[in-house]
Every structure is written in structure tokens, then in C-alpha cells.
Design a protein around this ligand. Structure first.
Ligand code: APR
Length: 229
């Protein structure tokens, strides 16, 4: 089976009603990264950090996958497909995708501050001070904060190095190492960048830029790929 890798960012969830980060009105316009998304922020004011993620988790429980998420899941039966996402929402999973690799963590999970291998599902939308792991240590959001290592980056790079086709959907490609994954994809493999604000990237070989929203364009792209099987 041909291997497809899909690299997604906040833009694929925008039409589900989830804020992006760097669009107008995005999360980084209303919050300072250093206040809510760094280890230093956690040390300084864990309650503020928990509240930032509680509000995002509460919103996530109110939204649904959009046609782009559902369309990608249609590829699973005909391609060896992996979705590599920078998103911490679970919309790819709820949209039916079977193989989803989260680079920046998962909003619906918490992690022990004493043992990073202890990861738990969060019931409901709140994670609060005093919520502890089985070893009695405070639980933190299971999120990769700025300045922290991205544990899944090498498996992601390995997948990209074997990709016959790459779809890049809804990411500004502003944050590394995730943005560097595109460089691991073989030059000969066709690549599609779907983003209404996508800028030309002439240095990327075999790239087709589709300056459209994910919800309206990804189903058609999936139909095109399925016709090729
Ligand atoms: N369809 C497709 N793309 C869209 C849509 C849409 N409906 N709406 C917005 N976009 C595009 C924007 O044009 C932008 O290029 O989605 C992109 C979102 O970019 P960012 O807000 O920077 O989000 P992302 O690329 O996912 O950020 C990467 O940065 O803050 C960290 O950890 C956070 O995972 C995040 C990482």
C-alpha cells in the first residue's frame, strides 16, 4: 500500500470552532506564550496554566470534527496513512482516523509531574491543583510546552522519509521541529499544502499549494487520491 503522511495544524480544526494560534484572533493574541505554555509558566503560576488548558478543553467538548477530519479517515482503507498532528485536540480520532501521532501532546490527557510515563485520561474538562497521580504528585497537562522536547519527532521524521504522498493542512509551519518534517519527505513525492493563507514555497520540490479552507477542499483532494488507487 502506498504511504500517505498528513501533517496538520490548528487550521484543520478552525472550521470546527477551535481557535488557531497565529491567525487574527488566535490564542497567542489573547495569551502570552510565556504565561501559559512554558515550564517556567507552570513553575510560576500553575493555576493560570491549568485554567488556560481547562478553558480549551471545555471548548473541545462542545465541538465536532469537520468534513476535513472525516474525509481523511476515508483514506485509511486504501493507503498506509498516518496523521501527524501538531494539534492537541482529538478531532482526528473522533473523525475516524486510525493512526494519529500527536507531536505536541493531547488536551484530554494529564501527566504526572513525578513520572512522565504516568499519563491519564481527563474525565470532563477540568484538571485542577490537588489532582494527583498514583504516586501523589500533581498532575499537569499532557502538552509539549515551548522549550520542552518533542518525544514523537523522530518517529514522525521516519514516517515522512517513507511518504509516497504528503498532505500539509492548516499549519503556518512556524514552529520547529514540526515544520522541518516537510524536508524529510522524498523530493519525488507529491506534496500538497492546503491553507487559505499559504505562501509560495518554491524551495520545496513537487509542492502544490491549494489556497483554500480545509473543510471545503480536503474532501475533493481525498476523492482525487482515492481515484488513483
Ligand atoms: N483551513 C485550512 N487552514 C486554515 C484554516 C482553514 N479553515 N483557517 C486557518 N488556517 C491556517 C492559517 O492560515 C494558518 O496558516 O492554519 C494555520 C494555523 O497556523 P497557527 O495558528 O500557527 O497554528 P499551527 O501551525 O498549528 O501552530 C503550530 O504552534 O503554538 C504552537 O503548539 C502550538 O501546535 C501549535 C504550533
Amino acid at each position: 500500500m502506498r504511504k500517505i503522511v498528513v501533517l496538520t495544524g490548528a487550521g484543520i480544526s478552525a472550521e470546527s470552532g477551535i481557535s488557531t494560534f497565529r491567525d487574527s484572533g488566535g490564542l497567542w493574541e489573547t495569551h502570552r506564550i510565556e504565561d501559559v505554555a512554558t515550564p517556567q509558566a507552570w513553575d510560576k503560576d500553575p493555576a493560570l496554566v491549568l485554567e488556560f488548558y481547562n478553558q480549551r478543553r471545555k471548548k473541545l467538548l462542545e465541538v465536532e470534527p469537520n468534513p476535513a477530519h472525516y474525509a481523511l479517515a476515508r483514506l485509511d482503507d486504501h493507503f498506509d496513512l498516518t496523521v501527524i498532528t501538531q494539534n492537541v485536540d482529538d478531532l482526528h480520532e473522533r473523525g475516524g482516523s486510525k493512526k494519529v501521532l500527536h507531536l505536541h501532546g493531547e488536551l484530554k490527557k494529564s501527566r504526572s509531574t513525578a513520572d512522565p510515563d504516568l499519563v491519564y485520561e481527563i474525565q470532563g474538562w477540568e484538571l485542577n491543583l490537588g489532582d494527583t497521580c498514583e504516586k501523589g504528585s500533581q498532575l499537569r497537562p499532557h502538552i509539549v510546552w515551548f522549550g520542552e522536547a518533542v518525544p514523537n519527532i523522530m518517529p514522525a521524521a521516519n514516517l515522512c522519509s517513507q511518504a509516497d504522498i504528503l498532505l500539509v493542512i492548516g499549519t503556518s509551519l512556524a514552529v520547529y521541529p514540526a515544520a522541518g518534517l516537510i524536508d524529510y519527505v522524498p523530493h519525488s513525492s507529491p506534496k500538497y499544502l492546503i491553507d487559505p493563507n499559504a505562501r509560495p514555497m518554491p524551495w520545496i520540490p513537487n509542492l502544490t499549494v491549494i489556497p483554500e479552507k480545509a473543510g471545503s477542499s480536503v474532501p475533493g483532494i481525498v476523492d482525487m487520491l482515492l481515484k488513483e488507487t
